[in-house]
Design a protein around this ligand. Structure first.
Ligand code: G6P
Length: 370
């Protein structure tokens, strides 16, 4: 009923709006003098001994994993590889006691991710699960668990659980940095504080929903949509494209903006919508300038540029055919706000095209066969 959907036509929009709460609930209780994880069958010593991290996941959870890499390498000075669970297991990855495998799975039941966990354990790696489902199989077979508390998600395409997975991955990064001493305790507290400010930032980002609906109406008959980003904006571009494929059955691709000249620019033609997620002006001024020049290039070739950037970014404004502004937040946390308009865009394009937003064709909420 409409009441169950919080007055919306479909659950996904309700779940998008629940993201501030999902984040707050996921962070709650994880700071007490330092960062604390949940069920810990890993000692501080185990965490100190980690020399290599693998993140394994599927679908949207994989995109959360890509973001985890930026945070964990930056904070912990330990190499991180992110791999699709379905590739990891059959590739004979190099694993050992000093390897931490972080398995991210909303359902905790995804077959490929579960098998990746089992494989890692036979190779004596330590496994930490990030899951939204209490007592599900992946947490049960892992050494440690960090639960996201996004609440049940009805929409097949992940939204609030994605934001919660990002927050949880960052908590793992802080816990590792703490154990390894690559961050001082006051820095950990400061970073946790920045995470804690995100539910509010996401709440104010929800004001873009109406504007994005209008945009979706204009884009719903496009043949294809490209998404570009750099640094943490790159996984966001991948996620934006995945959502549009899943829900709107539209051809959509995400690219690292730096790769534009190595292929994607050949796809640009008149009126092709290109959604660009801008890096933070203050955090990454050089990257920002590079993205502005990319946008000019594609606009000159006829692209319809849709730019998602932080409030007050006047440098990009002249090159944006459509501009969506999100709150200014620290660089690593930007995906928590920039993803929101992309979720709404995909859902609303799908709705305009007459599709069932919550139950896209051929897809399942949890894929329990390989
Ligand atoms: C399916 C869902 C996606 C989800 C993926 C991984 O493809 O449709 O939304 O991201 O599975 O699910 P998991 O439960 O492992 O996070």
């Amino acid at each position: 009923s409409a009441a169950e959907k919080g007055g919306h036509d479909y659950f996904m929009l309700k779940e998008i709006e629940e993201q501030p709460e999902a984040l707050a609930n996921t962070l709650r209780g994880h700071f007490s003098g330092g960062v604390v994880l949940d069920e810990q069958r890993l000692s501080e010593q185990d965490l100190r001994d980690v020399n290599k991290v693998f993140v394994v996941a599927c679908g949207t959870a994989y995109h959360a994993g890509l973001l985890a890499k930026y945070a964990i390498e930056h904070w912990c000075r330990v190499p991180v590889e992110v791999e699709l669970a379905s590739e990891f297991r059959y590739r004979d990855p190099v694993l050992g006691r000093d390897t931490l495998v972080v398995a991210i799975s909303q359902s905790g039941e995804t077959a490929d991710t579960l098998e990746a966990v089992r494989h890692a354990r036979t190779q004596h790696a330590r496994v930490l699960a990030i899951s939204n489902t209490n007592g599900s199989q992946i947490p049960r077979e892992s050494d440690a668990v960090l639960y996201t508390h996004a609440g049940p998600e009805i929409g097949v395409a992940a939204t609030k659980t994605f934001l919660a997975q990002i927050a949880a991955s960052y908590l793992v990064g802080l816990a590792l940095a703490q154990a390894r001493g690559t961050k001082y305790p006051d820095e950990i507290e400061h970073d946790f504080g920045e995470l804690e400010a995100m539910p509010e930032a996401v709440r104010s980002t929800l004001s873009v929903v109406e504007q994005t609906r209008g945009l979706a109406e204009r884009l719903c008959s496009a043949k294809a949509v490209l998404f570009l980003g750099r640094h943490v904006g790159y996984p966001v571009a991948l996620e934006g494209a995945l959502k549009l494929k899943e829900l709107a059955y539209m051809h959509a691709e995400g690219f690292a903006a730096g790769e534009l000249k190595h292929g994607p620019i050949a796809l640009i033609e008149n009126d092709l919508p290109v959604v660009v997620t801008m890096p933070s002006l203050k955090g990454h001024p050089q990257l920002h300038a590079k993205l502005v020049s990319n946008i000019r290039e594609i606009q000159a070739r006829g692209a319809h540029t849709v730019v998602i950037t932080e409030e007050g970014d006047d440098a990009v404004r002249p090159f944006a055919d459509e501009l969506i502004e999100v709150p200014v937040v620290p660089t690593l946390l930007q995906p928590l706000v920039t993803t929101v308009p992309l979720q709404v865009l995909a859902a609303e394009v799908a709705r305009n095209r007459g599709f069932d937003v919550d139950k896209p064709r051929n897809l399942a909420k949890s894929v329990t066969v390989e």
